[in-house]
Ligand binder design. Structure first.
Ligand code: PMP
Length: 435
């Protein structure tokens, strides 16, 4: 639908060319070129996505699954096509196994509510890990409290990977569900899900994979991995906000009751009876965010035109360079595995003598946008002995110059805080003061 051409599949990602597709990145912030390093929170959007949504709203917008008339049929066709694109992107066997949700958080709550409240009994065990985002922690904590379930967590090793030696003792015949992040939003750790899934399946437990930080950044094949459920959000993968996806095994989706109810979830309703639709409609109550779903389809087209292998290779190079440059700075402590093969484009760190929040504010004055805080992973921060951390994260529109800008910004801030003797990099001669 977009009239903008998709990126050409070059051997090496042409970042300058890609950046031209992202209008937000061409701006000045505080009078300086924007260096956007917070894509793990949410990514910027290419014109191909913006135009797809804008054009639908302008030219042929109507509600889906409602009308016999042309606009409604057109919207419905595009919505169905978006579902098929999501299915193909993660190698799901059929589009009907993709439920559109608002985001990954809603998908996880749907699972805890629908699967958890139907199939888990008091005394059953759920296994999570020590590095989960609250979205994959609180729905299970709530359910465990309500239902008298036992929560266990796979621990972290000192290098920020999961300690898989504990699998056989933690995942037992009492375990009914195992849910974990494919990639950590804090440490960037890429966990190979296969040994965990194999152990879970060996004891008859179902597996939920939180793929929020993996689907946008590396090839994911849900059938090859064998996860029973998988969730992710559109807004972290160049798509719009308000749209996410839940993949589910067909027999499990068929056995689960609806989460929210209302329009579209039922085939037949009487004053005292209801016959539910099949999945995915059973789980998509009310008017869905179909324009956003179609926008997500355009984001998938964009990523596929580049190729997820190349996206991953590019971001691995960036994280390698960032670990090298920041690792050389006195006072900077890096967290997570040092092996770039084991990590996505996320670098979390602290700078001695400068609170992460102050660091982020001072970097912002230099035009560099990073995240500070606990990144919705309070237990993990407690486990690491941190009250907060700073996080820089990469996407296909970042390049080595962005990593150097981050490095120089930190040096400028350290110099102004009096924690280094290094000279202030000239480009940041007039910014970087800590309030
Ligand atoms: N899981 C992980 C690993 C995440 O990084 C995030 C977003 N930071 C979420 C879940 C929740 O995503 P959303 O807020 O889009 O629902």
């Amino acid at each position: 639908m977009s009239s903008f051409a998709l990126p050409a599949p070059e051997a090496v990602i042409d970042v300058a060319r890609i950046r031209r597709d992202f209008p937000a990145l061409a701006q000045l912030v505080h009078g300086r070129p924007l260096v956007f390093l917070d894509s793990a929170a949410s990514s910027q959007k290419p014109v191909q996505v913006l135009e797809t949504m804008d054009s639908l709203y302008r030219t042929s917008y109507a509600n889906v699954h409602r009308g016999a008339y042309a606009f409604s049929r057109h919207s419905t066709d595009l919505y169905d096509a978006a579902r098929a694109k999501v299915a193909a992107f993660i190698h799901a066997p059929t589009p009907e196994q993709i439920v559109f949700t608002r985001n990954a958080t809603e998908a996880l709550n749907l699972l805890a509510y629908s699967y958890g409240r139907t199939f888990l009994q008091p005394g059953d065990e759920i296994v999570l890990t020590e590095l989960e985002h609250h979205a994959n922690d609180l729905p299970w904590q709530l359910l465990a409290r309500e239902r008298g379930l036992v929560l266990k967590r796979i621990p972290l090793t000192p290098d920020g990977t999961l300690d898989l030696r504990t699998l056989d003792t933690l995942i037992t015949p009492r375990t009914r569900l195992v849910s974990f992040a494919h990639v950590s939003n804090v440490l960037g750790t890429i966990t190979d899900p296969r040994p965990i899934i194999a152990r879970a399946h060996a004891v008859g437990a179902v597996v939920v994979l939180d793929a929020c930080q993996s689907v946008p950044h590396l090839p994911v094949d849900v059938q090859a991995l064998g996860a029973d459920f998988l969730v992710f959000s559109g807004h972290k993968m160049l798509g719009p906000t308000g749209i996410g996806a839940l993949y589910g095994r067909a027999d499990l989706l068929a056995a689960m009751p609806p989460f929210l109810t209302g329009g579209d979830v039922a085939r037949e309703v009487d004053f005292d009876a209801v016959e539910w639709e099949a999945a995915p409609l059973k789980f998509e109550a009310g008017t869905p965010a179909f324009v956003e779903a179609i926008g997500l389809g355009a984001a998938i087209d964009y990523l596929e035109a580049i190729g997820m292998e190349r996206v991953r290779a590019h971001e691995r190079e960036l994280v390698t360079y960032a670990l090298e440059l920041l690792g050389e700075l006195p006072g900077v402590q890096l967290f997570g595995p040092r092996d770039p093969e084991l990590r996505s484009g996320v670098v979390t760190f602290t700078v001695e003598g400068i609170a992460p929040q102050d660091l982020a504010l001072a970097l912002d004055q230099c035009g560099v946008a990073i995240r500070s805080g606990r990144h919705c992973a309070h237990p993990l921060h407690r486990r690491l002995g941190l009250t907060a951390s700073a996080r820089a994260s990469f996407a296909i529109y970042n390049d080595a110059a962005d990593v150097e800008a981050l490095h120089d910004g930190i040096v400028a801030i350290q110099r102004r805080a009096g924690t280094t003797r290094a000279a202030v990099p000239s480009r940041y001669a007039d910014c970087g003061g800590v309030a």
